[in-house]
Design a protein around this ligand. Sequence first.
Ligand SMILES: Nc1ncnc2c1ncn2[C@@H]1O[C@H](COP(=O)(O)OP(=O)(O)OP(=O)(O)O)[C@@H](O)[C@H]1O
Length: 599
Amino acid sequence: MIIVPMSLPKTGVLESHQIMSAMETPKTGSSSTALHALRGVLVLGADGKAMATNGIALQPAVARCILAAWHEARRRQRKVFPAETPDGAPIVVVALPAADATVLVAMERDSRDALFEFVGAVDFAADILAHFLTNPFEALSVVDRQGIVRYMSPVHERFFGLPPGGGTGRHATEVIENSRLHHVVASGKAEIGLLHEMRAITRVVSRHPIRNRHGDIVGAIGQIMFKGPEQLQALSAELSKLKSEVAYYRRELSDLRNRSYGLDQILGNSPAMQRLKQQIVKLAPLDVPVLLTGESGTGKELAAHAIHKLSPRRDDTLVMVNAAALPATLVESELFGYEAGSFTGAERKGRKGKIEQADGGSLFFDEVGDMPADVQVKLLRVLQDGNFQRVGGNELRHSNFRLISASNRDFEAMIANGSFRLDLFYRIGGVTIRMPSLRERIEDIAQLAELALRQFAERHRQRPKKLSDAACEFLQNQRWPGNVRQLMHTVERAAIFCESEVVVPADFGIIDADPAELPPMLSDGAGHAALALTGAAPRASLRVSNAVEQVEEQLIRQAMARLQGNKKRVAAELGISRSYLYKRLAQIGLGAATGSALS
Ligand SMILES: Nc1ncnc2c1ncn2[C@@H]1O[C@H](COP(=O)(O)OP(=O)(O)OP(=O)(O)O)[C@@H](O)[C@H]1O
């Protein structure tokens, strides 16, 4: 028997010849009834009398039941309605209007069939289905058990630039970007409320496997939220933003993890570096204060990280504080914290200082030699027993931290001239480690230069350039007053200007000079850079405003030379902000490439 509804024209009206062809197939009434146990067709003429019957409708008792149910359904304007055979078997009947007749198609029915319940109970059921199938806000796609697209909502087709039906018959992955419907068919597991990237747009999607009444998976259906309430769109935009932020922080985290700051971060196998690493390994587990001395850029901060990392406090924080970078007015509150409302601009609830934050961990006190005298006394006290008070508070607090300090100052001279307390020096320098200068370990230069080239390439997503032997020799012959920091920046700068894959000596241009080698105007001749304003040739029109500018320029040049280009310290020493220093350096031609090579 032909299943009549499947061959219905879209209008839903059958012509007489279609009714007859629908009726034709089974020639043997009773055997067909046996074969198609509960299927049958009853055709009623315009007068409501049976014109033809087939399948179970051949049995007069069944036909009567179908007719009785049809009369009731017509009264209630239902086109799909339930009925029962005389022996109580549930059937469903669909009434199809034809040109001059009504075709009643009867099929067996599962009494718990929700679809039937729905279609039977809601006379606008078809409209509801049409709504779901064409809803412009929630697109729908259906695949069969092979993952072949069987239906796509018009809005979804338009989104992918497909003509109506253009996706049908093709595999989901060919039609829908990042489709997972075939996976859902394979796994039988629904995926609900996930984010789906299509054409760089993120949508919310749910995918469900579809099972037949025997529980077999016959396909899958995907619903994509195309538009929705404003909140949902805002939520989706927020999600995309968060996703990219999370991706960013993941990268950062993996960078940080890779920079384990253990000994492996300290490059160099020269005898001087081997000695240094042995010292670090030995003293790191001991809970004693460590003072790292050595010229600027020799890796004191790296060594501090390694000591913390190799100590039993490694799982707690290493709190960093740079005495030279702290404005004098804030040193105390930054170190010791402050109580609520202790001064204007303070946070309402008060705040922990670095010493309190370091409780349980380590405190890296960089440029400790630059500590103001009054704070030195307070620091001494907290180093004795770990007790301190926040600014503006009376409560005695305690912090258990290990102090690692660093300085490139000459403590002997500072103690002699009274600018650094001897008792504090003894406290901070339980063990002193001197970081070797780069001049003492030129055999490490090749390795460090290669690291600089690699880091530069990673940052700029390029292939790392190679260092020629001649370039390496050239670097080994420089004096490196700014040590590793200066070397790294110099090599990076060369990588910028180098046109080929191999860095050669010419790519380095002029290496920044040692203070001792500076022209007389910037040097006091005793190896220290100095300002020689009086010796400077007066400029043509020296007005007060540009005189101030020139003095400032010379002070900056002098400090940059003396402090080997360490901008952090230059700014601190001159009492200007780092951003102002950068601005002035750019104006006087020490910014950009030159400046970066120095800092
Ligand atoms: N042995 C080393 N291996 C790899 N990189 C190093 C090494 N020594 C120093 N560097 C790098 O050189 C730069 C300066 O190092 P760091 O800040 O630790 O020096 P510092 O002695 O603390 O300088 P300053 O006294 O000026 O603060 C950093 O980028 C650091 O990673």
